[in-house]
Design a protein around this ligand. Structure first.
Ligand code: CUA
Length: 337
């Protein structure tokens, strides 16, 4: 019973929000097809080789071939010719298969890189930081550039070009349901196309060891219908909502008067720090601390009180907040939809 349960658990992990075996877009489908093709072809070859090795042994065992194993006489010329022919054919077939696999593999990799169909689709800059993602939506009009963190929102059915780089060490951007891994390298921009063909949530994870909190460097890619995406984008372009009651107003003052404002930006206020994630629309995000915890007041309270406990090594400072100021601060931050 326990084995069955474990089997079901293992099988269910193959599909879902973070799985290369459950592709949600074109690039991921091409990679998935490549994987299935490789496994099928190589498994077939494996079976053929094993059968070819076992059959003579089996025949010998059954006495079909009576030649002793330690025979010393030279094989006849005909046998040698036949063996040479078989080895020659097998070598040619092997070389052809290997070259074919390389060509297919490289072309799938090339097709996922940019730029393709230049001028169409959206361009998003993804910058790795220890240990969070800075995300910026390009636009020729500077007023239409949106800035986000730890989340990537895309419209369904449209190619999106990712321009990936890093601010510190090498990270790797990987949303298994939508694309292959792309390294984020300091002072270098790597490009890649991705396209989501169904709306939904896709979980991504940094795929290159980048320090203590590498495992807590996740992100959510949200694929919207085009209309929902426009709604999301226009909200992101707005400055932060103003506090709607005295608690939120108090919380805003606490934020602006503390060290929080040195590291974080909240557009529409005097907070303009560039060290940590932009918090203008913080409450619209699914998670805090780059996918570490769901975004709610309880988790946020714990995160602010003791970030090192939740994410040891994080650059998020422990900012002293008076006990009576904690609730107003949480009310304010969770009002920033
Ligand atoms: Cu960033 Cu691992």
């Amino acid at each position: 019973m326990r084995r069955v349960a474990l089997g079901i658990l293992a099988a269910s992990a193959l599909w879902g929000q973070q799985s290369a075996l459950d592709p949600g877009g074109r690039n991921a489908q091409a990679i998935h097809a490549l994987l299935v093709g490789f496994v099928a072809l190589l498994s077939t070859i494996f079976v053929i080789v094993i059968v070819a090795a076992l059959v003579p042994l089996f025949r010998r065992h059954r006495g079909i071939e009576q030649e002793p194993l330690e025979r010393t006489h030279q094989p006849s010329e005909a046998t040698e010719k036949r063996l040479g022919l078989v080895v020659g054919i097998a070598t040619v077939v092997t070389v052809v298969i290997l070259i074919g696999l390389i060509v297919v593999s490289v072309s799938v990799g090339k097709a996922s890189q940019g730029p393709r169909r230049a001028g169409t689709g959206m361009t998003v800059e993804v910058t790795g930081n220890q240990w969070w993602w800075y995300v910026r939506y390009y636009n020729d009009n500077a007023r239409l550039i949106a800035i986000d963190a730890n989340e990537l929102h895309v419209p369904v059915g449209q190619p999106v070009m990712i321009r990936a780089t890093s601010n510190d060490v090498i990270h790797s951007f990987w949303v298994p349901g939508l694309q292959g891994k792309r390294d984020l390298i300091p002072s270098r921009v790597n490009t890649e196309w991705l396209q989501a063909d169904r709306a939904g949530y896709f979980r991504g994870q940094c795929a290159e060891f980048c320090g203590l909190q590498h495992a807590h460097m996740a992100m959510w890619l949200v694929a919207h219908t085009p209309a929902d995406f426009e709604k999301w984008l226009s909200n992101q372009l707005n400055p932060a909502v103003a506090p709607s009651n005295s608690d939120e107003l108090r919380g805003q003052q606490v934020f602006l008067d503390s060290a929080c404002a040195i590291c974080h930006t909240i557009r529409g206020t005097t907070a303009a720090g560039q060290v940590g994630p932009d918090l203008t629309h913080f409450a619209s995000r699914l998670s805090i601390a780059a996918g570490t915890l769901p975004n709610n007041k309880g988790n946020l309270g714990g995160w602010i009180a003791d970030p090192q406990n939740i994410k040891p090594g994080t650059h998020m400072a422990t900012v002293p907040v008076k006990a009576e100021d904690v609730q107003p601060l949480l009310d304010y931050l969770e009002s920033l939809k």
